[in-house]
Design a protein around this ligand. Structure first.
Ligand code: COA
Length: 333
């Protein structure tokens, strides 16, 4: 039986810190509101690096931590809602930067659940036996799609990338996974691509007349609806993972939740009556980095020496789509 282990982690955060005070000079908000409603104190913002640049830096760090060369990677998955281009995939650009010439590369679009989706997809390839080592990256430059006039969203998000190297082996690693999607909520958290009717000079006049419509998108969110959805799927996903792995909550050493909002995490802690200390939280420093959030937290924990061989680590996320998912891992490094 093939088992799949996480053997390395890495992350990269742009250097530029953007504080709540600075944002309050752009939109009508203040540090107290942002901290009390979300827990966020500051975030990192790209000053020109694109998603592939920060993804590649996280990838290099993860490879070093895994003690593998880029040539040993068979698969690169980049989870991102903010790719460099419509095409090619950001994963192919990363492949070129890091020199992983033997890898098959593609992106997945699952918003803030993207890293979990990516990990679970990589697991299937590795268990199938056709590949040995995969690099799963969650990377975002959300600052380029934020509406900096919308105080309900621009205070929440940040830029950053995290990566994990996963390997097929004999020792137990990933114990359970769970994923779900509900397209009925696809309008609740979205960012439009280029509008189809604008770009064609032949049909533009015929279809639109003098009407100007659509725009390449900024992120739009129905915050309250997302909040309700988030607390529901956090609870369900944690329970599902425990059930699938035949474990109970006392067997779990750490829970790494998607770093969206402290109130969502606190709600889950209360609802499931879980020890607060089990939850790793770093959103005060980075805000919501979407696909980057869970792997950045995982890498931070790894660097701090919090992760020990044999521990059970539960990762759980949710996001636009709507999508949600989790992975339960026995730490094997
Ligand atoms: N600063 C100050 N006031 C703000 C604000 C800001 N940054 N953003 C919104 N407000 C205002 C609103 O305009 C509203 O004012 P009004 O009552 O005069 O209309 C008031 O605060 C309440 O807004 P509301 O949207 O009801 O706030 P909320 O308590 O629901 O908190 C969120 C808003 C976004 C923090 C909350 O809904 C949330 O966290 N949702 C989940 C978001 C999320 O996690 N998304 C990512 C998913 S991957």
């Amino acid at each position: 039986m093939v088992e799949v282990q996480i053997i390395g982690t890495g992350s990269y955060l742009p250097e530029r810190v953007l504080t709540n005070e600075e944002i309050s000079k752009v939109v009508e908000t203040d540090d107290e509101w942002i901290r009390s409603r979300t827990g966020i104190g500051e975030r990192r913002i790209s000053t020109g690096e694109n998603t592939s640049d920060i993804a590649a830096k996280a990838a290099f760090a993860a490879l070093e931590n895994a003690d593998l060369t880029p040539e040993e990677i068979d698969l690169i998955i980049v989870a991102t809602a903010t790719p460099d281009c419509y095409t090619p995939a950001t994963a192919c650009i990363v492949q070129n930067i890091i020199g992983a010439k033997n890898a098959v590369c593609f992106d997945i679009s699952a918003a803030c659940s993207g890293f979990i989706y990516g990990l679970n997809i990589a697991e299937q390839f590795l268990r199938g036996g056709s590949m040995k080592n995969a690099l799963v990256i969650g990377a975002e430059t959300l600052s380029k799609i934020l509406d900096w006039n919308d105080r309900g969203t621009c205070v929440l998000f940040g830029d950053g990338a995290g990566a994990a190297v996963v390997k097929a082996g004999k020792e137990k690693g990933i114990l359970a996974n769970h994923m779900g999607s509900d397209g009925r909520g696809s309008n609740l958290l979205k960012c439009n691509a280029a509008p189809v009717e604008i770009n064609n000079p032949i049909l533009r006049k015929e279809v639109l007349g003098d009407r100007v419509t659509g725009s390449t998108g900024y992120l739009f969110m129905e915050g309250k609806e997302i909040f309700k959805f988030a607390v529901k799927v956090m609870e369900e996903t944690i329970e599902k993972l425990l059930e699938k792995a035949k474990l109970n909550i006392d067997d779990i050493d750490y829970i790494i939740p998607h770093q969206a909002n402290l109130r969502i995490i606190d709600y889950t802690i209360k609802k499931l009556n879980i020890d607060k200390e089990k939850f790793y939280v770093n959103l005060q420093n980075y805000g919501n980095t979407s696909g980057g959030s869970i792997p950045i937290a995982l890498d931070e924990m790894n660097k701090k020496g919090l992760l020990r061989k044999g521990q059970n680590i539960l990762m759980v996320g949710f996001g636009g789509g709507l999508t949600w998912g989790g992975t339960l891992v026995k730490w094997s490094k």
